[in-house]
Design a protein around this ligand. Structure first.
Ligand code: HT7
Ligand code: ZN
Length: 876
């Protein structure tokens, strides 16, 4: 199929004002009657053919204004319905389609998850329910009538407010009618029907409206919804307080289902969630799970304004809703927790997921210009880099102008399907500034590399910072142009205090932010008494790779003294990374080298610095992952050498500070009843981090300590941390621990996902056979996306030595699994396939093996459009 291009955008020829649906639900034969009121758009020639989208549809009947058209008036195919000469003015089209929800394994459109009927319509799932103008700039008012067996489906839900319900005679069936007064695109349509338990709560909005809140889950899971409900209420309050945005229906429903392609979906008034992002209790969810639930609940709720009230004109504008909403959920989590720790976590995610995407064959701009399959563009670039762009905008124009710009956006575009240009225009007006150059962030792929060099002149007492920027080559993008890069900075004096620099003449400097907007720029600071240390990119103020020539002493100084917690953490990471890259090189040469004493000492300082909270100390003790190190090395990567070097550093740190780690592991543990709050979670994180070093120390009884910790754990965070150490470091009782865990959690599939993942990410040659065996485990289900991600995706992305084995068997396993899954669920398969994206950075032997596996996938003729798109781009 030809590519879809942004430049080809045309407004729709017809409007669909209202959609009246009647859905008669049955597992393998659901009948959908859709009545669409259609109007020709001004400017459309009367009689212009009407082409409606379909996907795998079976048309039962059709009428136009109540009349059955002749065969020569229309053409119906599974993927398209065309009316050759529609009535010249407004008309009513009635369509009846027949669906088979039980056979829907793609989990797009209407399907069943553990017996519950549910829908997923973003991006193009509504066309699997009825023929429609399935594009985000067609906004309609929906009324949905559901009919189903009362016993099997006592709960009937759709978007909007409930307006009527009752029995259908004495047939044993019943109905419910929902009306959503807010015009919306089809991708926000949803329905749910099933036998579900309801967890209710209420919320009073700031203007006094009473909202009924409900979370629906499978029976027996009600007591695992408290955290999600608490998060929802805090999100609603926060959006009112921080953005002045209030909820706009009588009811807000959330439904948790166990089979879901992504994290959750923001359908108007009826959010549908992957149950992983709803269900939590201390026994089965980690602190990270609690934090993720808080963030995803907030994210979907915030979409009510950024996505639903104001939506996208076309799918190229996806970042308009996703980047902005991720920015908003990041801000929410920062306010709920430690801002510095949240920033570090977000930047870690950006660097580990988005940077490699931007550096490989799947690189694309935050707003792509072309696509074959839109489902493949729900990426870290659109979401996470999209959020960074919004954050930079705030940094550049300042908090007040940013707020004024957003207020203007909500006021001007409420009810619109709009574009990035319209969004930026609001900020440009509010800040009276031209954002043309800034908009390059939406248009250019690739991560800019910023190089910074400094020079101090003793005689003139001047300090000069020379900056340059460049975007390395990206497929299909030559000649990148300079971006506007806000660089937050400080000049630190010998005592550790920031100097008051003032604004140097003729430079663009806003407070503590340097604006780099040319390929090369020089900034000179006057009256600097002695050479300061430049702390640059504080708070990670732009999504760039910083190439700064800091000496080892300067890095050690920043790691100890920087007043910016993010850059302090960054300095520790840079020291660790320098060592890891050096050690990898030495390992590869067959040399035995030692980690630097600076690194060991810096870790010792972090350990004992009581001025840092536990969560921050825990973050500083996380060594760069094997994937991070590989990314830093960039080419000719040998994952075995990377793994060896990392283990060597880990052991050296453990050897130097073992006793300290042991005492932290004991003392930092919070006592008393479990609480998921950030401070308690920080204590657990630090204790478990310390334990990870104890595991590889030579201390007497280290392995026993880990086992005891596993056996005595009273929450999932501690249990899974200890289990991971036992399995990944192959400590005594590894198998016993896995068996104990299995027995304890076998009835809880989310907890079992952690069990699959722990084994799939274990280093060691035996893992491959284990993963193959686990594919046939009775608790594994290849049709469930969470299971596939926990076993195969985590193997492919979280086990570099085994995925990229020297014999190619890891690549083969993943390629073969992609082909198996692709038949059932193309979205899950194509996502798994993206794990090959950095294949060209591997050493020649491994990259040849990866290419063979990719070619095997590519040679499969019946590949889905999703996987075809990824494999073609990956091989290009
Ligand atoms: N907006 C939602 C995207 C989504 C999705 C996309 C494609 C296929 C399935 C999907 N499920 C959810 C999620 C979000 O960003 O909030
Ligand atoms: Zn979203």
């Amino acid at each position: 199929a030809p590519a879809i291009r942004l430049e080809d955008y045309q407004p729709p020829a017809y409007r669909i004002g209202t959609v009246d649906l009647r859905v008669e639900l049955a597992p393998s034969e659901t009948i959908v009657r859709a009545v669409l009121s259609i109007t020709r758009q001004d400017g459309t020639h009367p009689g212009t053919p009407l082409e409606l989208d379909g996907d795998d549809l079976a048309l039962v009947s059709l009428t136009i204004d109540g009349r059955v058209p002749g065969q020569d008036e229309f053409n119906a195919a599974p993927d398209r319905l065309e009316l050759f000469t529609p009535p010249a003015e407004s008309f009513e089209l009635e369509l009846v389609t027949r669906l088979d929800p039980d056979a829907n394994t793609k989990l797009m459109g209407l399907y069943r998850s553990s017996g519950t009927y549910c829908t997923q319509c973003e991006a193009e799932g509504f066309r699997r329910i009825t023929y429609f103008l399935d594009r985000p700039d067609v906004l309609s008012v929906y009324t949905t009538r559901l009919e189903a067996e009362k016993d099997a489906c006592p709960v009937l839900l759709a978007n909007g407010n409930l307006i009527e319900e009752g029995p259908l005679g004495d047939s044993g069936r019943h109905f419910a009618v929902w009306h959503d007064p807010h015009p919306k695109p089809a991708y926000l349509f949803a329905l749910v029907a099933g036998d579900l338990a309801r967890v209710p709560a209420r919320f009073s909005t700031q203007s006094g409206n009473e909202i009924a809140l409900n979370i629906y889950v499978e029976h027996g899971k009600e007591d695992r919804c408290a955290w999600a409900m608490d998060s929802l209420i805090r999100s609603m309050r926060w959006d009112e307080e921080v953005f002045g945005l209030e909820y706009d229906l009588d009811v807000f429903n959330i439904v948790a289902v166990s089979d879901f392609n992504m994290g959750a979906m923001e359908n108007k008034g009826l959010n549908i969630f992957n149950d992983k992002y709803v269900l939590a209790d201390p026994e089965t969810a980690t602190d990270q799970d609690f934090a993720n639930i808080e963030a995803v609940i907030a994210h979907e709720y915030f979409h009510n304004w950024t996505g639903n009230r104001i939506t996208c004109r076309d799918w190229f504008q996806l970042c308009l809703k996703e980047g902005l909403t991720v920015f908003r959920d990041q801000e929410f989590s920062s306010d709920m927790r430690s801002r510095a720790v949240k920033r570090i976590a977000d930047v870690r995610l950006l660097k580990s997921h988005q940077f490699p995407e931007d550096a490989g064959p799947l690189a694309h701009p935050v707003r792509p210009r072309t696509y074959h399959e839109i489902n493949n563009f729900y990426t870290a670039t659109v979401y996470e880099k999209g959020a960074e762009v919004v954050r930079m905008l705030k940094t550049l124009i300042g908090d007040d102008a940013f707020k004024a710009g957003l207020d203007l956006y909500f006021e001007r575009h409420d009810g619109d399907a709009t574009t990035i240009e319209a969004f930026l225009a609001c900020f440009s007006e509010a800040a009276s500034t031209n954002l043309d150059q800034f908009s390059r962030w939406y248009e250019q792929a690739g991560t800019p590399v910023v190089t910074a060099e400094t020079d101090y002149d003793e005689g003139s007492k001047t300090f000069t910072v020379s900056l340059s920027q460049e975007i390395p080559p990206v497929p299909g993008q030559k000649n990148s142009k300079p971006a506007v890069i806000p660089l937050r900075f400080g000049l630190i004096g010998a005592n550790g205090n920031d100097l008051d620099t003032g604004a140097p003449e003729g430079t663009r400097l806003q407070g503590d932010v340097l604006i780099l907007n040319k390929a090369h720029q020089k900034i000179t600071f006057d009256n600097i008494e002695s050479r300061p240390v430049l702390s640059l990119l504080r708070g990670f103020s732009a999504p760039v790779r910083l190439n700064q020539s800091l000496s080892q002493d300067e890095l050690v100084f920043l790691a100890a003294k920087d007043s910016d917690p993010f850059n302090r953490w960054q300095a520790v990471q840079t020291l660790l990374m320098k060592d890891l890259v050096r050690l990898t090189g030495e390992t590869r040469q067959g040399n035995r080298a030692a980690p630097s004493s600076d690194t060991i000492a810096v870790i010792g300082n972090v350990l004992t610095d009581a001025s840092l909270d536990e969560a921050l100390r825990a973050q500083a003790l996380v060594l760069p992952s094997e994937a991070d190190i590989a990314q830093e090395i960039g080419k000719n990567v040998d994952p075995d050498a990377v793994y060896e070097a990392r283990q060597q550093l880990r052991k050296a740190i453990a050897g130097a500070h073992g006793a300290e780690f042991q005492s932290i592991a004991k003392s930092a543990m919070p006592n008393g009843p479990f609480s998921p709050d950030a401070a308690s979670a920080g204590k657990r994180a630090l204790a478990n981090r310390a334990l990870s070093f104890v595991a590889v120390s030579e201390l007497a009884g280290a392995a026993e300590t880990i086992w005891e910790r596993f056996a005595a754990a009273y929450n999932m965070t501690d249990r899974i941390s200890a289990l991971t150490l036992l399995v990944h470091d192959h400590l005594a009782k590894e198998e016993e621990a896995l068996a104990t865990y299995l027995k304890r959690h076998e009835s809880n599939s989310l907890a079992m996902d952690k069990w699959f993942m722990t084994q799939a990410t274990a280093p060691g040659a035996e893992t491959l056979a284990k993963v193959r065996a686990l594919k046939t485990h009775p608790l594994y289900d290849a049709g469930n996306p969470n299971r596939v991600r926990s076993l195969l995706q985590s193997f492919a992305t979280g086990n570099p030595t085994q995925f990229a084995r020297g014999d190619g068997a890891g690549f083969e396993l993943v390629a073969e699994s992609v082909l198996e899954i692709d038949r059932r669920n193309p979205q899950v398969a194509s996502r798994l396939l993206t794990s090959f994206r950095s294949w060209r950075a591997l050493d020649p032997q491994r990259s040849a093996l990866a290419e063979t596996a990719l070619l095997r996938v590519s040679s499969f003729e019946n590949l889905s459009r999703d996987s075809r798109d990824i494999v073609d781009r990956t091989l290009q």
